[in-house]
Design a protein around this ligand. Structure first.
Ligand SMILES: Cc1cc2nc3c(=O)[nH]c(=O)nc-3n(C[C@H](O)[C@H](O)[C@H](O)COP(=O)(O)OP(=O)(O)OC[C@H]3O[C@@H](n4cnc5c(N)ncnc54)[C@H](O)[C@@H]3O)c2cc1C
Length: 575
């Protein structure tokens, strides 16, 4: 059995930042990152628009209190305000630290870090590296992993979190290169496995965003918090769904319907295109429903709206958002200097996740913690985003909480021994799981079942929801789960068997999808991204609380947890 002081699952921004901090705190600790992709291919690398922090480089009137207020209001008052305070107060410091590590931020004329407008933020506070911000940050972090001597297991897939009697002891991992299965024990384990966009059929996320960490935690008896809050980004490029960054609107682009009107006037007259994402996505869907969407030939009644950059001019487009121009040009043949881009909402971000306290310790219930288990980044719910995340706050969460959780882990493992662990049963179970998949020679193909599942989630639990459609969706998921036992693989080899990985990922997606549906059915109100047509109002009297959903094969149990409100009293949300 292998062993390390600390294992971090995931090499994106959250996992990498935590690893660096552990090594900075105590260089003698033996830290390993395990990632199913190479760390540099984590979804963080695709982040475009930027990272928020009150540096006051462009807007001297800004303050951390204003950033905190915007975040809480954006969250529809479901964010925990103590966690938001940490996020916004520590933000300037983590940005300067990243810059010292070598991150190449875009600059103002005078050499200071540039900052742009972003949806739901009252001031220009989003730092950026053109529209490739994630790329700039992740590359420096990964360079630093090497410098600090963090061991990296890249292209190893973690199949299981080993949790015994409320305590995390190790992991089961599978080497994609040759099919080797290994058990690793550690004094502390951190989940930094990112999001689950692939639960839906149209998403901005990469193929690896399959919610594995969430499913592993749920299978180990850990609850998942606020899973009903799924962010649909307003501007996914039609029809492919890839992201056109909010930075494009931050730099001045307009949303127009088939009549050429800037329809946001009717939904958020003050903030217009820079309203928060939940409001903007609903507005686009309502325009499309009302027949004011656009067709490919430009006529009305179609499935998308227009994102119009033309008035910005070629120079600004090419210097501030060159990657978005390139995506539209390459993927749908639109030259945004001369034509509007076709866009509609796309599944983008998970506000919910593995419940943690502000040191990243994973909760077992509203008032108890697990031992040895930590989480940060998109897979975690601390909760700084509540019911709706503001753009550029996620990268910030990854680095603020990555750093904080790294320091907490370094303290936690001091004077702790490696846990006692009998590896054999876990090794045998994992081997059997692979064998079962290989043994089947006929049945259903993975791609077919995954498509049915993604279509089901998109149809029954998308931007707008009702009791009847979600119950129907949940019943359908049960049928699809039964079908999972009949999937079979064409490739039964050990070398780079991506079909096997997809089969295991599909199981993660199905657990996560069921948790989203069950949590969404329980929340009988509309708040943030959770929009119920049968309960259109926010209901603070009954639902100003976090959902905690527990998974079991027999069904899902839902409990609640209080929200920390210590600064801003809930008010009606208007933009
Ligand atoms: C296209 C796009 C643009 C975005 N733009 C912005 C932006 O401008 N600003 C902003 O604030 N946010 C943005 N976001 C959101 C933000 O990028 C993510 O929320 C954030 O980067 C997530 O980082 P992470 O470290 O939590 O996870 P990720 O970067 O997703 O990394 C997850 C890691 O976990 C590993 N992993 C997962 N499962 C397993 C397993 N079973 N075994 C082993 N390893 C595993 C993966 O290999 C990977 O290394 C964007 C998101 C997308 C999709």
């Amino acid at each position: 059995m292998r062993e390390h002081d600390i294992i971090i699952i995931g090499g994106g921004l959250a996992g990498s930042r935590a690893a660096v901090e552990i090594k900075r705190t105590n260089p003698n600790l033996d830290v390993a990152i395990v990632a199913k992709t190479h760390p540099i291919r984590s979804h963080s690398v695709a982040a475009q628009g930027g990272i928020a922090a009150v540096l006051k480089n462009v807007d001297p009137e800004d303050s951390w209190e204003s950033h905190a207020f915007d975040t809480v209001k954006g969250s529809d008052y479901l964010a925990d305000q103590d966690a938001v305070e940490i996020l916004t107060k520590e933000a300037p410091n983590v940005i300067i630290d990243l810059e010292h590590m070598g991150v190449l931020f875009s600059r103002l004329e005078d050499g200071r870090i540039a900052q742009r407008a972003f949806g739901g933020h009252a001031h220009k506070r989003t730092c950026y590296a053109a529209d490739k911000t994630g790329h700039a940050i992740l590359h420096e972090l990964v360079n630093n992993l090497r410098r600090y001597g963090v061991e990296i297991y890249d292209e190893w897939y973690v199949m299981q979190l080993i949790q015994e009697e409320g305590s995390a002891k190790g992991i089961v991992m599978y080497r994609i290169e040759d099919g080797a299965i290994e058990i690793v024990r550690a004094k502390a384990i951190m989940l930094a496995t990112g999001g689950y966009g692939r639960v839906f059929n149209t998403t901005s996320n990469d193929y690896a965003s399959t919610g594995d960490g969430l499913a592993m935690a749920a299978a180990a008896g850990i609850p998942l918090e606020d899973m009903e809050f799924v962010q649909f980004h307003p501007t996914g490029l039609y029809p492919v769904g890839v992201l056109i960054s909010e930075a494009v609107r931050g730099e001045g682009a307009y949303l127009r319907n088939a009549n050429g009107d800037r329809f946001m006037e009717n939904y958020a007259p003050n903030q217009m295109e820079l309203a928060p994402r939940d409001i903007t996505s609903r507005a686009i869907n309502l325009e499309i429903r009302a027949g004011r969407g656009v067709n490919s030939d430009g006529s009305a009644g179609g499935p998308f709206v227009h994102l119009d950059l033309r008035h910005m001019g070629k120079e600004k487009i090419m210097s501030r958002v060159p990657f978005c121009w390139e995506e539209a040009h390459r993927l749908v043949g639109v030259d945004a200097v001369h034509e509007p881009m076709p866009v509609r909402p796309t599944a983008h971000y998970s506000m919910g996740g593995i419940p943690v306290n502000t040191d990243g310790r994973v909760r077992l219930s509203a008032d108890s913690l697990t031992e040895g288990l930590f989480a940060a980044g998109e897979c975690a719910c601390v909760s700084v985003h509540g019911g709706n995340r503001l753009g550029s706050n996620s990268l910030l969460e990854c680095v603020v909480y990555g750093r904080r959780v790294g320091a907490a882990i370094a303290r936690y493992v001091e004077n702790r021994k490696l846990p006692q662990l009998d590896a054999a049963p876990y090794f045998n179970a994992a081997t059997q799981r692979v064998k079962d998949l290989f043994d089947r020679t006929s049945g259903i193909r993975i791609a077919q079942l995954r498509q049915e599942f993604q279509d089901c989630m998109t149809e029954y639990c998308g931007v707008f929801r009702t009791e009847a459609t979600m119950q129907e969706g949940l019943a359908k998921i049960q049928q699809l789960k039964a079908k999972y036992d009949r999937i079979y693989l064409d490739d039964k080899g050990d070398c780079w068997n991506t079909e096997l990985i997809e089969a295991i990922e599909l199981q993660s997606l199905m657990v996560v999808g069921e948790m989203i549906l069950a949590s969404a059915i329980n929340r009988k109100e509309s708040r943030g991204a959770h929009s119920r047509e049968d309960y259109p109002q926010r209901d603070d009297a009954n639902f100003l609380k976090h959902t905690l959903a527990y998974y079991s094969a027999a069904g899902i149990d839902v409990n609640w947890m209080p929200v920390v409100i210590d600064r801003f009293e809930p008010k009606e949300r208007k933009y």
